[in-house]
Design a binder for this molecule. Structure first.
Ligand SMILES: C[S@@+](CC[C@H](N)C(=O)[O-])C[C@H]1O[C@@H](n2cnc3c(N)ncnc32)[C@H](O)[C@@H]1O
Length: 257
């Protein structure tokens, strides 16, 4: 994702409500172990899908704050959480969080740090706003480990490789643990959450993202329009033969301040 406009917000809403991402969200939520009455921050809350679940977990006696710098994402988050008085949304950059020190019992940041320019600063901010003993949950992807059956694997690798150029922090999962340790986080745990589509379904994460992968590579001049069309047509051919296969790992990091 290179822009955070209405189109991107619609794509996030659609692709993040597929069963694989619903499962990922539930695992993130379970790992945070939120209790009634607690305060929680979702940094880079997007369209509010996780924030809504966090707000339900802390209840009306709690507080669920979402920060995102995209108005279009926040508009959807606002509509989603409209009848939840415990939810507050703010437009802002997670590199300079608009909260006092030690404001939250828990904080999450999912699929967002990969886009953030000042990564160290954003991690410091997440640490700062947590209370001592506060829990953090971070979720990230490394696209260099993505697998897709295609008729031209070299072209597929070039297309997935476009993420390494398009993102501020590609391949973050393998570097994140020492960064968190360096900030003083303890009880660090990491688990892999595979997004596995071993057959084709329109309501799957990868099916929703195929056009986007090709578009990112095109915009970065890594592939031409003809290569993009050929790649998508090749995948259509494999779908017809019931030979579709996609997998990429998300990595869930949890820690305590
Ligand atoms: C892929 S979406 C993920 C949304 C949400 N965390 C989720 O998992 O459903 C990435 C979000 O990060 C936001 N974002 C990226 N960089 C940001 C920054 N520096 N400060 C605040 N929001 C940011 C974007 O606007 C977008 O909503």
């Amino acid at each position: 994702m290179e822009k955070y406009d209405k189109k991107a917000a619609a794509l996030v809403d659609r692709s993040y409500q597929t069963p694989e991402i619903v499962n990922q969200r539930l695992r993130t939520l379970n790992a945070m172990a939120l209790c009634r009455g607690e305060s929680v921050l979702d940094a880079g809350c997007g369209t509010g899908l996780l924030l809504e679940q966090e707000a339900l977990a802390v209840g009306k006696a709690g507080r669920a704050e979402g920060v995102d710098f995209s108005e279009d994402m926040l508009e959807r988050a606002g509509a989603r959480c409209a009848d939840m008085p415990q939810v507050r949304l703010q437009q802002g950059n997670i590199e300079t969080l608009p909260f006092e020190d030690a404001s939250f019992d828990a904080a999450s940041c999912t699929q967002t740090l990969l886009y953030v320019d000042q990564l160290d600063q954003a991690l410091r901010e997440l640490h700062r706003v947590l209370k001592p003993g506060g829990r953090i949950a971070l979720l990230e992807t490394d696209w260099s480990g993505a697998i897709l059956n295609s008729h031209d694997q070299a072209l597929t690798q070039r297309i997935f490789g476009a993420w390494d150029i398009a993102l501020a922090n590609p391949n973050l999962p393998k570097r994140l643990r020492p960064l968190l340790r360096g900030l003083g986080f303890a009880a660090l745990r990491v688990e892999a959450i595979p997004i596995l589509n071993s057959s084709y379904s329109e309501n799957s994460f990868s099916a929703n993202m195929l056009e986007n992968y090709a578009a990112v590579a095109r915009r970065r001049n890594i592939i031409s329009r003809a290569e993009s069309d050929e790649w998508l047509a090749g995948i259509d051919g494999l779908i017809e033969q019931d030979a579709y296969f996609f997998c990429v790992n998300r990595f869930l990091f949890t820690a305590v301040k």
